[in-house]
Ligand binder design. Structure first.
Ligand code: A3P
Length: 280
C-alpha cells in the first residue's frame, strides 16, 4: 500500500523494533492465553509461514476445507504483536477468533512473550533457521516489504533470538524447537515430530496430503498462503515465497564477507551448544 511509510527503528527494552510491533504493547503483554493455544515463534524469515500452514492443515484441513480456499493464511494464523492503523490489531483478531485451537504467530524474542502463555503452559513451536540464509532472506524481504527500513533488523538480533529461545527450551517442556534445515531435508519426519509434540495422530493419508501441500512450489502457487493476499507486500520487488532453500547465501556472500561473517559468528555464538547447518 502506497500510503504506508517506512517506520523508524528504535531501541525498545534493548531490542530493535518499529512502532507496528510496540504500539499495542500493553494489550500484547496482557494477552490472555489459553492452555490449548499453539504459539508459533521465530525470528523473521525462518519459515514461520511454512509451519503455520502445516499446523493449519493438521488442525483444519479436514474439518474446514472451505477455509483453505477463502481465508488467507495470515488471517487463519494471526500475528500477535502487530498493530497497523486501519487494520484490527493481532490481539483483537485473536480475541475474536472462533476456530479452535488458536494458532498464534509471533516474532517476539523469548523475554517479550506475554507471561500468560507460560502460566497456561501453552504449547510453543519455535522455528530457527541458520544465520546466513536468514540474513539473505531478510534482505530480500526488506526490499519487498515497504514497512521495513534497511539496516538494523526489526525484532533485534538473530543471535539473541535463536539463543534466547534455545535456552528457554532447556527448562520448558512446552517448547518444541524446530530447524528450517531439518524441514527442508525431511518434511515428513518433522511433521511426525510436530504431531507427537501436539498429541496429534493424523492418518497416513492426512500426513501425505499435508506433506504434499506444504512443498515449496505448491505453496508458491497457492494465493491463500503465498503472501499475495496481504496488501502490505509488494511482491513485484521480491516474491514472499522466494527460493525456499538451504545455502542460497552462497550466491550472495563474497568469500571475504563470508570470512568476516564466520569470525563474528564464532564470537557471538561461543557460549552455546546450539548448532546450525548452513548447507545440506
Ligand atoms: P527464502 O527467502 O529463503 O526463500 P517466514 O515465513 O518466517 O517469513 O520465512 C520465509 C522464508 O521461508 C522464505 O525463504 C520462504 O521462501 C521460505 N518458505 C516458505 N514456505 C516454504 C516451503 N514450503 N518450503 C521451503 N521454504 C519455504
Amino acid at each position: 500500500m502506497e500510503s504506508l511509510s517506512r517506520p523508524t527503528l528504535f531501541d525498545f527494552h534493548g531490542v530493535c523494533m518499529t512502532n507496528y510491533f510496540t504500539d499495542n504493547w500493553e494489550n500484547v503483554q496482557n494477552f490472555r492465553a489459553r492452555p490449548d493455544d499453539i504459539v508459533l515463534a521465530s525470528y523473521p524469515k525462518a519459515g514461520n509461514t511454512w509451519v503455520s500452514y502445516i499446523l493449519d492443515l493438521l488442525y483444519f484441513g479436514q474439518t474446514s476445507p472451505e477455509r483453505q480456499g477463502s481465508v488467507p493464511l495470515h488471517e487463519r494464523v494471526p500475528f500477535l504483536e502487530i498493530q497497523m492503523s486501519g487494520y484490527p490489531s493481532g490481539v483483537d483478531v485473536l480475541n475474536e477468533l472462533t476456530s479452535f485451537p488458536r494458532i498464534i504467530k509471533t516474532h517476539l524474542p523469548v523475554q517479550f512473550l506475554p507471561k500468560s502463555f507460560w502460566e497456561q503452559n501453552s504449547k510453543i513451536i519455535y522455528v530457527a533457521r541458520n544465520a546466513k540464509d536468514s540474513a539473505v532472506s531478510y534482505f530480500h524481504f526488506d526490499r519487498m516489504n515497504k514497512r521495513f527500513m534497511e539496516g538494523k533488523m526489526v525484532f533485534g538480533s538473530w543471535y539473541e533470538h535463536v539463543r534466547g529461545w534455545w535456552e528457554k527450551k532447556q527448562t520448558c517442556s512446552n517448547i518444541l524447537y524446530l530447524f528450517y534445515e531439518d524441514l527442508i531435508e525431511d518434511t515428513e519426519q518433522e511433521l511426525v515430530r510436530i504431531c507427537s509434540f501436539l498429541g496429534l495422530s493424523p492418518t497416513t493419508e492426512l500426513k501425505k496430503q499435508v506433506t504434499e501441500k506444504v512443498q515449496f512450489d505448491n505453496m508458491k502457487n497457492n494465493k491463500m498462503v503465498n503472501g499475495s493476499a496481504d496488501e502490505v507486500f509488494d511482491l513485484k520487488i521480491s516474491p514472499f515465497m522466494r527460493k525456499g532453500r538451504v545455502g542460497d547465501w552462497n550466491n550472495h556472500f563474497t568469500v571475504q564477507q563470508d570470512e568476516q561473517f564466520n569470525e563474528d559468528y564464532k564470537k557471538k555464538m561461543k557460549n552455546t551448544d546450539l548448532q546450525f547447518r548452513t548447507v545440506l
